[in-house]
Design a protein around this ligand. Structure first.
Ligand code: FRU
Length: 485
């Protein structure tokens, strides 16, 4: 693993030419994705500023240009007409003013009237490396680039720790106000959310108070990337609690969970209907964000980072890392989120191939399970050994996914095997494979499991339980990997 000095990590990008060679080098990697958003160079992490505006989907990702390292963060901009084909738009927000001198950190977007507004964290550090997080705003300009406001909307509160970031902006029709939810940490290091309110987007913000979530007063040490949205008459609160271990999540201290309940803006209380649930059971899933301006009361669109903070991935050696999940549609059923791949993704299918063959680099796999115990081993060697194994145990109603058998093992100290409880049993799997990721949709989206995976040349076979109805479609590329800075 390469050691980076602070100066190297926080170097400001002066000209696109400084990363052109890096781009040329990494684009030859066998692990470059074909239908998933990935960093143009360096590292991509959280999705930011996700919204539909004038019929175009805008998405940004936290971007560090220099390599697979969490250093100076930009917002890198991609856009799409349909959430399937994406093109690179170049730098969206750059850390180029005093308020964000050490990074334009995560945030959200909202389209209102004729404008698309962005809210982000200006990560300021002084010469002693003391951090001051500012909540800042920008508006999409006529040239398609966000234009920053000169001054932040507000600074941090000193009755919370330095961890105050990731503004999620929402409109509340009842109160006729905008609210900003900020991920935060109390002075005694408990994770929470701070709420601000205003009648106007670019001014008048005042602190409303700390969000109360009964039963969740001691749940992790920081709630990163909070997000709230109404779906089918319920409020869904999503956040990424850190600095804590949670049941069934190995040694990981970074998680992404959700609560379904009711948000009361008078008392600033989110009352959950039931306990928290994992948004995704996979090894690599974090900082999920819902798109703004979807305007369907029963549906939301979600994206997340395929990756976890503090973890290391094999493409670090190639000086890049990270990817976004395939956007998913979210619906509520019996108090649970159901996640399905973005509709229209079938248009990427090429002709179905014989299930006896090998696994193409980029493909969709469907398996209708015959009932009882079940095994599907992906990316095995030709003799069926090794691979990314999926085992379902009917007696325990539990699926176990293990990536230990792959040639390239990584994050072995965090987890290599995880379980997914399936109280309704296992009926079907819909799987999206790209060159360095795999996403499982279990029982039409009852649960999902997302993982990075780095198969080598001799790892493109699979084995499956007899009696399984299998379909495999190679998928066409839909994300342009071109050099736009
Ligand atoms: C989550 C996070 C955010 C922060 C951003 C910085 O992964 O730590 O809280 O804004 O990443 O890149």
């Amino acid at each position: 693993m390469r050691e980076w000095t602070r100066d190297e990590r926080y170097r400001v990008l002066q000209s696109a030419d400084e990363v052109r060679d890096l781009f040329e080098r990494i684009r030859k990697s066998p692990y470059r994705q074909t239908y998933h958003i990935q960093p143009v160079t360096g590292l991509s992490s959280d999705p930011n500023g996700f919204a539909c505006y004038n019929g175009v989907w805008h998405l940004f990702y936290q971007w560090c240009p220099w390599g697979a390292v969490h250093g100076l963060k930009y917002w890198y901009h991609v856009s799409s007409p349909d959430l399937i084909s994406w093109k690179n738009e170049g730098v969206g927000l750059a850390p180029d003013c005093i308020y964000d001198n050490k990074g334009t950190h995560s945030g959200s977007a909202i389209a209102e009237g004729d404008d698309l507004y962005f809210f982000y964290t200006g990560n300021h550090r002084d010469e002693n490396w003391v951090r001051t997080p500012y909540t800042c705003a920008a508006v999409l300009g006529k040239d398609g680039k966000p234009v920053k406001l000169e001054k932040p909307l507000f600074g941090p509160r000193d009755d919370y720790s330095e961890h105050q970031r990731d503004p999620k902006v929402v409109w509340n029709e009842e109160k006729k106000k905008y609210y900003i939810f900020i991920g935060a940490q109390t002075l005694d290091k408990r994770g929470t959310v701070l709420i601000y309110e205003s009648e106007e987007l670019l001014k008048g913000w005042k602190f409303s108070g700390q969000l109360n979530v009964p039963g969740f007063e001691q749940f992790g040490g920081m709630w990163e990337c909070p997000c709230i949205q109404r779906i089918s008459g319920k409020d869904v609160l999503i956040f990424s609690p850190q600095y804590t271990r949670l049941p069934g999540r190995g040694e990981s201290t970074n998680h992404n969970v959700y609560l379904v309940g009711q948000m009361d803006y008078d008392t600033l209380t989110f009352t959950p209907d039931s306990d928290y649930r994992y948004l995704d059971y996979g090894f690599d899933f974090y900082a999920a964000q819902l798109a703004a301006n979807v305007n369907d009361p029963d549906k939301a669109i979600i994206v997340s980072w395929i990756g976890l903070p503090d973890n290391h991935y094999p493409t670090e050696e190639e000086d890049w890392e990270g990817s976004m999940i395939l956007p998913r549609e979210l619906r509520l059923r019996d108090g649970k989120l159901i996640q399905t791949p973005i509709s229209g993704i079938e248009t990427l299918r090429e002709a179905e191939i014989s299930p006896e063959g090998t696994l193409p680099d980029a493909c969709e796999v469907q398996a209708v399970c015959p009932g009882g115990d079940f095994d599907l081993n992906l990316f095995t060697k030709e003799d069926g050994t090794g691979g990314f194994t999926i085992h379902y145990n009917e007696a325990e109603k539990k699926m176990t996914v293990n990536r230990k058998g792959m040639n390239k093992r990584f994050n072995t100290n965090v987890f290599e095997e995880l379980d997914v409880p399936l109280e309704n049993g296992l009926k079907s799997l819909r799987i999206f494979i790209d060159r360095s990721s795999v996403e499982l949709f279990i029982n039409d989206g009852e649960e999902t499991f997302t993982s990075h995976i780095y198969p080598e040349e001799n790892e493109h076979h699979y084995t499956v339980s007899t009696g399984t109805e299998m379909h495999i479609w190679p998928l066409k590329a839909s994300v342009k990997d071109d050099f736009v800075i």
